[in-house]
Design a protein around this ligand. Sequence first.
Ligand code: GDD
Length: 416
Amino acid sequence: MRLTHPYQTERLGAVRVFGLQHVFELESGAVDGDDDSALSWGTTVCHVPGPALQAVQRKMAIVVPCMNERLRLFEGVLSGIPHDCLLIFVSNSDRDPVDRFAMERDAVARFCLFNQRPGVAVHQREPDLAAAFVAAGMPELVDTSGTIHSGKGEAMILGIALARVAGAEYVGFVDADNYVPGSVAEYINAFAADFHLAQTPYSMVRINWKSKPKVVDGALQFSRFGRVSETTDRFLNLLLSHLTGFGTEAIRTGNAGEHAMSMALAVELHFATGFAVEPCELIEIFERFGGTVPEPDAIEVRVMRAGLEAFQVETLNPHFHEDKGDSHVQEMRQVALAGIHNLASCSPRLRDEIERELRHDGIEDLDTALAPIKTYPPLSVLDWESFASELSRCSTNVTQFAYPDPSTDVLTTTRR
Ligand code: GDD
């Protein structure tokens, strides 16, 4: 892949947010010369050759969260995941009267068999999985009925925990309702390209779609911004400007559902519930690692010493996905604003501006709209040994597809 060298940098303490990188070539050919000269640091273009992408993808798990999506779309998404990645499928689909999860699991089984690659499929609401989190020290993820809470953020936490047990060094997320399998491949190659370029163990790659096509008046319109991301990005940029003292438009991926993290970073974040998860990752990163905490804890000190890099890539493929209507669009807008409003470091002026924005949206009950967002402890609190042994006890609910070698345990075999 050939993409812009991440030269524009917004710095906040130890955090570096890179400006949007553009993709020039999806397939950029072999290594130029014998060594890393293919990696053209110092010029405006980076070339990350195929073998370098694969080397990262061999250490990467891709989590696909899915709730009642059309099987055809979901199957297309699977086909877009590069062969060397470990597939982790986390469903919250209905099981009654029709067991949709059983159909999804069959699709994953076929996909892994035909392509001779490993995969794992779980249902988020399976009580045994919840019990594993409780036993390993994270009861907060579990509701009163003894199952993991519903929500996309919660599915991500479960997916990261499985990826960690499987020894993945990177974990990425792609939605299951994407009409264009080729776009999935592009997102995941972009993840790998930037992890290859990363210079710290704590890194994140977030995708900005070039366009999100819609049919308007009978014609295709390739709109540039989603309704949610325009607001989220504006306020995240205002927050960053307030913290650095310099105006910025650096943040372009506040709501990026398609994104990835190094495992070292993923296990230290307090992920937020549901669709608050993506903007709250950035808010937490700014707050904890941006150098404004008066007495940082040991993790914060470790991350700040090493530095944290957030890459943002504008991909070439259009993002065609299921339009689920307006129901959670408003919710997604609000959670990012609430996350910023609740920060100790948020200025009174920015708080006023957020309140004005919500009133302009017709929201009168600001206390409810701006209530603190629920977040979970970081996965690093887990006792990984007991989590893994609980998982092996409930192996009937953690379906593994062990290919090419059926005798391996996908979750414990070291990733190459
Ligand atoms: N396992 C699981 N559990 N999956 C879920 C759940 C859940 O509770 N809720 C949603 N999903 C899955 C969906 O099936 C889909 O694959 C993915 O998570 C995203 O959910 P959508 O309902 O399709 O969200 P969206 O398209 O409105 O929003 C997406 O894009 C936004 C950026 O524009 C999401 O990725 C958002 O998180 C993102 O901010």
